[in-house]
Design a protein around this ligand. Structure first.
Ligand code: DNO
Length: 406
């Protein structure tokens, strides 16, 4: 697998030199400063390519920008309203410009309003480090008492509501505003940042827009952009919902194997595939990750490898971001399936048979705490994750080579 590393640009507290030392072979990044819906110009793309090519001291980094994560999809496209067609045209233009710059894989998501969501960015772990957590009770406390969404109470079971009512009383003003910020202002990579007021407005935009309509809007988006992606040789890979269940009464359409199946049935274009995020999909006990990797093999355009531990085998649930080889996902089997898919591609003569992967997220360990890295994207925690994943890959490849007598 191609071992990539997410870098948030020159302002990232984790440097390209850190990425090199962690063993990264290439960089995943985006034009985070370009507002959602604007065209990514050739100049802005070229500038970011130069940022990636050189270390701070001017020496060559030996790394290139290999994959876009993400080219964000506007709320107008998701709700199919406002300047929908203008945004589609600009999205297509950005895809052309990205392709002209030599980058051929583009990740996106179709989550309404919020990108990935956690309630606690630094939950203490037994080993002394910290990890990110999504606590359903705390989230409900936010929804019911801080956001004050009408009708929210019917979205949680009675026990969760009772616990949330008790929990909110334990949070002081600073903790409440920290929680509101974690949820509404967005985590790294979320390109849109809401205040509580604008979050309420965005939720209004979805009033009456159900699952079926959101699915149709996703299909309409892909029907418009996939032909361009095919023509310019770009693979579009859709990141799953994180967490993979509805939040704040918003519909979700990319959470399960059925969801991806329905999408590929509706838009069979070979340019459309998956960002196989084991951490997002792995929150659901009904997502069998190795089986999904087997089923969707040719459509796996990018893999985010990380693990979660959930508190109960029910949806919705609370969960935390576990170490890469711990947690509820059988990571060794997932990697085995991904390597088999690479061998299949190589056997049919696919020139770029390697699946790009990155160690997704990392716990804050050793010097990570207070290092100024982006939440979820510390240097040491990810280095450890990548080292463990690379170890699994090497071991499985060695066993396979021995078996096939290579
Ligand atoms: C979180 C990331 C997401 C992801 C987007 C893809 O760590 O995996 O922010 O980049 O959802 O569009």
């Amino acid at each position: 697998m191609r071992q990539l590393w997410r870098w948030f640009g020159p302002a990232d507290g984790v440097s390209l030199s850190d990425a090199r030392q962690a063993g990264a072979e290439g960089i995943v990044t985006a034009l985070h400063h370009v507002p959602t819906g604007d065209v990514w110009t050739p100049e802005a793309i070229a500038e970011r390519q130069r940022d990636v090519a050189f270390l701070e001291d001017g020496r060559s980094s030996g790394l290139a920008w290999e994959l876009v994560e993400s080219l964000p999809v506007s709320e107008a496209i998701k709700t199919r309203s406002g300047d929908w067609s203008g945004d589609i045209e600009r999205y297509c233009q950005s895809l052309e410009n990205i392709s002209d710059a030599g980058i051929n894989t583009v990740c996106y998501n179709f989550m309404p309003v919020l990108d990935w969501t956690r309630t606690d960015l630094a939950a203490p772990m037994a080993h002394g480090g910290t990890a990110m957590r999504f606590d359903l009770v705390v989230f409900a406390a936010f929804d019911l008492h801080i956001l004050g969404r009408s009708g929210a109470v019917s979205d949680y079971d009675g026990a969760i509501v009772r616990e949330a009512n008790a929990r909110i009383r334990t949070l002081d003003t600073i903790e409440r505003s920290k929680l509101a910020e974690n949820i509404s202002a967005g985590l790294p990579g979320a390109e849109e940042h809401w205040s509580l007021g604008s979050l309420r407005d965005r939720l209004e935009d979805y009033a009456g827009l159900g699952r079926d309509q959101l699915f149709q809007n996703h299909v309409a988006f892909l029907e418009a952009v996939a032909p361009v992606a095919e023509r310019v040789g770009v693979r579009l890979c859709c990141h799953p919902d994180d967490p993979p269940f509805p939040l704040l009464g918003l519909p979700r359409v990319v959470s399960t194997a059925d969801d991806y199946r329905a999408l590929f049935d509706a838009v069979p274009s070979p340019a459309v595939g998956i960002t196989f995020c084991t951490g997002s999909l792995g929150v659901r006990p009904d997502n069998d990750l190795p089986a999904m990797a087997r089923e969707f093999g040719p459509r796996l355009f990018f893999a985010h490898l990380r693990n979660v531990s959930r508190d109960r085998n029910r949806i919705p649930c609370s969960f935390f971001e576990d170490e890469h080889l711990e947690g509820d996902t059988d990571m060794v089997t997932v990697i085995d399936v991904l390597l088999a898919e690479e061998r299949r591609r190589a056997a049919v003569g696919c020139p770029d048979f390697e699946i790009p992967m990155r160690p997704d997220h990392g716990q804050d360990i050793l010097s990570d705490s207070g290092s100024g890295s982006q939440p979820g994207y510390p240097a040491v925690g990810r280095l450890k994750g990548l080292a463990e994943l690379r170890g699994v890959m090497r071991a499985l490849q060695a066993v396979d080579a021995r078996r096939s007598g290579v």
